[in-house]
Design a protein. Structure first.
Length: 762
């Protein structure tokens, strides 16, 4: 009998074999379509990666290919990937591209905007911060109503301390990841005698009572959850093996903290961005997030994408030379990504003109030349620093019949403040204009609320008279409250008085007076909302634009025609927008008008934030240049009509920072005199710097001009006390001499600053 414990020749069961992981599939063929730097960024899947992607270098391609590569190589399941964008459009485009690479698996990726992903997490865990899963997300109107209720309950004067200003303060706190208990006592003390923090706390408490959140809460609450519930945080940290972020230079502090917390376990964070295109500090973006990435992650791999597939070598060289003047940057130099011999392309054309009207004429003439050469309007864009600059170009485009569209906002005459200003003029010209009366009767607030307007309407219908006539009759009765009667009587009397002045005052002067006396200008001056300053700029431009009209009637007819002159759907049209709105877009031909000190760079920005603002303004110029594929036109004016007053100006320092070998200079004869200095050196030096480190504008005249000025004479021999003649302003007396600029007291036009080359001895 055999031993039962004796081993047979063959084992009773197969021993366990050592685990050998399956070999990853070969790299997909679409990897071969990438250039070396793009390929490096895609294949760097271990640890933190920073992809510095210059304008036009294919960052979206890198992001989508990286996502596809991670999935195709089975490095993670789709739900183990978190991909963050800044816009829903970018998220949709990215998902579509990844789907084309790997199929339906892309649908399971956590891909969306910061807000969308924050909502997804908050719906799961909102009870931790006192919210039920069906919480409501308030829009801006609901937020404002709630804040106003809280301020009124606290007896705060909302005229002196507008709710918009408080919302701005609260939003900045939320952008920085600060809940009420984390805000320092010294912050926000200027608002309503230091009551901003208490109002913030009341606002957050009220939101929870309503089971609601605003957009700032969507990440702020997530941060609170992560900090208070380590298990919830660990769940997400373990889930997301890979995190990818687009436009990292535009992240705020709260977004930065959210990303840092989520990536502490796997540390496979890939951030794609361009520090040279960080232009949104006014809405909370912190360029420091991208600048300190290597400090946050000392083992990070940095890949620079410098091969631009959009612009000509000339445009790239000009943009790179300009942005090199910034000190706060990681550094990269754009070069063409096209192989073989590449044409350098047309030089950057810089044009100096006498005033804004001539700038608009020149610009539109150049557009017409491009059209005759076969270039399509949709491939042409005009990019301005601020919205108020659009009026002159809109007027010229309408006059010449060139269709256009305004991106990122309404056309000039469609803006709220301009519609209000036009309504005031309509009431002066036509007192029976009920629609205009309704629009401005309580703008600014005069205590003429809905109840008062309803009573005026009832009388107007009963007696078949216009609203203003009904109001005129009601102020003689007791149907209205005494305060409302007084306010209505004053308003009607003002309109009667203004109406008598329309035949003796220039439209621009009358409009300025009306907006001032009506309190409309003061309304926006006291408004603390972020858009208030822009509205004031638009009103100044509106008043200036009236300077060319003989009477209000002609102007109002013009406005009516403009409002009906919208381009037909589908019609080819050029694009008019601000530089901020243009980021991410590209056109064959780009026009960059208004490159003057105080406009670009913005004086307001420099006064508020100094050197930091100057560098952001320069980044904005860089963005403008790199929107162009083939042609760039830069222009500046020697004079601007600002709030119906002529102001002389000097070219932007950014023009002097363009490389002279890439620039073609053009200027009107005599624009800056005949000293031979032109408007500037266009030198490599970048100009002089003041003691504070801020670059100051260089006065564009020759040394001998300074000598004649020091002797009390201008370049052309004029001295203080001389009687002179100017073609536009008439006769006057020289009062001050500042190089080629003279202050002249004209007999009829008043005190003006002009260039001596445009003067004649009297």
């Amino acid at each position: 009998m055999s031993d039962p414990f004796e081993l047979n020749d063959e084992p009773a069961f197969e021993p366990a074999k050592p685990y050998v992981p399956a070999a990853p599939p070969p790299p997909p063929v679409w990897i071969d379509k990438l250039n070396p730097e793009q390929r490096e960024a895609v294949l760097a899947t271990d640890g933190p990666v920073l992809v510095l992607s210059g304008a036009g270098t294919g960052k979206t391609r890198v992001l989508t290919t990286r996502l596809g590569y991670i999935l195709s190589q089975h490095l993670a399941k789709p739900w183990q990937i978190l991909a963050v964008t800044f816009t829903n459009r970018a998220a949709r485009e990215m998902r579509e591209r990844v789907t084309q690479l790997v199929g339906p698996a892309a649908e399971a990726i956590w891909l969306g905007t910061f807000h969308a992903l924050g909502v997804r997490m908050l719906r799961r865990h909102g009870e931790i911060v006192g919210l039920r899963s069906n919480f409501t997300i308030l829009d801006s109107d609901d937020q404002m109503r709630l804040l106003k209720q809280l301020m009124e309950a606290d007896e705060i004067d909302t005229k002196k301390w507008p709710a918009q200003a408080l919302m701005g303060i609260i939003q900045r706190w939320k952008d920085r990841g600060l809940t009420p208990d984390k805000v320092g006592q010294g912050q926000g003390t200027d608002f309503a005698a230091g009551r901003a923090l208490a109002l913030y706390r009341s606002y957050q408490d009220r939101l929870k009572t309503l089971n609601a959140a605003d957009f700032g809460d969507l990440l702020l609450h997530c941060l609170t959850i992560f900090q208070q519930q380590p298990k919830v945080l660990a769940q997400y940290q373990n889930q997301f093996r890979y995190v990818l972020v687009d436009e990292y230079q535009d992240t705020n502090v709260a977004q930065y903290l959210w990303l840092r917390l989520l990536t502490q376990t796997h540390r496979n964070l890939c951030c794609v961005g361009d520090d040279d295109q960080s232009i949104y500090s006014w809405r909370g973006a912190e360029v420091g997030n991208i600048l300190r990435f290597e400090k946050d992650f000392p083992d990070a791999k940095v890949v620079r994408l410098e091969r631009n597939y959009r612009s000509t070598p000339t445009i790239l060289a000009a943009a790179s030379h300009l942005i090199a003047h910034n000190e706060g940057r990681l550094g990269k130099t754009l070069r063409t990504g096209h192989e073989g011999d590449v044409e350098k392309g047309a030089p950057v054309k810089v044009r100096g003109v006498w005033d804004g009207a001539e700038e608009a004429r020149w610009l539109v003439e150049e557009i017409e030349v491009l059209q005759r050469q076969g270039h399509k309007l949709p491939e042409i864009a005009i990019l301005v620093r601020a919205g108020f600059q659009m009026l002159e170009f809109e007027e010229r485009l309408i006059t010449t019949g060139i269709p256009y569209r305004v991106v990122g906002g309404p056309r000039f005459y469609e803006r709220l403040e301009i519609r209000d200003a036009v309504a005031y003029l309509r009431m002066i010209h036509q007192p029976d204009d009920d629609l205009a009366f309704e629009r401005i009767v309580n703008k600014p607030k005069r205590g003429l609320g809905d109840a008062t307007i309803q009573k005026i309407h009832q009388l107007a219908r009963a007696q078949n008279v216009p609203l203003v006539e009904a109001g005129r009759r009601m102020i003689e009765t007791d149907e209205l409250r005494a305060a409302a009667r007084t306010a209505l009587r004053t308003l009607i009397a003002d309109f009667d008085r203004w109406r008598t002045l329309q035949d003796v005052m220039a439209p621009s002067e009358l409009a300025a007076m009306v907006l001032e006396e009506a309190g409309y200008t003061a309304m926006w001056q006291t408004d603390k909302s972020p858009e208030a300053s822009g509205r004031l700029d638009n009103l100044r431009e509106f008043v200036s634009g009236l300077g060319g009209w003989e009477n209000i009637a002609g102007f109002l007819d013009h406005v009516s025609l403009v409002m009906e002159n919208d381009a037909q759907a589908g019609q080819d049209s050029l694009t008019l927008m601000t530089l901020h709105a243009a980021k991410g877009l590209e056109f064959d031909s780009i026009f960059l008008p208004g490159w003057e000190e105080d406009i670009f760079p913005s004086r307001r920005s420099l006064e508020e934030n100094g050197q930091k603002a100057l560098e952001e303004e320069r980044r904005l110029a860089y963005v403008g240049l790199t929107r162009a594929r083939k042609r760039v036109f830069v222009s500046f004016a020697a004079n601007r009509r600002v709030y119906n007053q002529w102001q002389s100006s000097i070219p932007s320092r950014f023009i002097d920072e363009l490389p002279k070998e890439m620039v073609e200079q053009e200027a009107n004869a005599g624009l800056y005199g005949n000293s031979g200095g032109g408007w500037g050196g266009l030198s490599d030096s970048g100009g002089a710097r003041s003691g504070s480190g801020m670059r100051r504008p260089v006065r564009m005249i020759e040394a001998d001009t300074w000598e004649t000025a020091s002797r009390g004479k201008s370049e052309h021999g004029f001295k203080i006390g001389d009687r002179v003649f100017h073609q536009k302003f008439g006769y006057g007396l020289v009062e001050e001499i500042d190089g080629p600029k003279l202050a002249i007291a004209f007999d009829k036009a008043g005190l003006k600053k002009v260039l001596d080359s445009f003067l004649e001895p009297s």
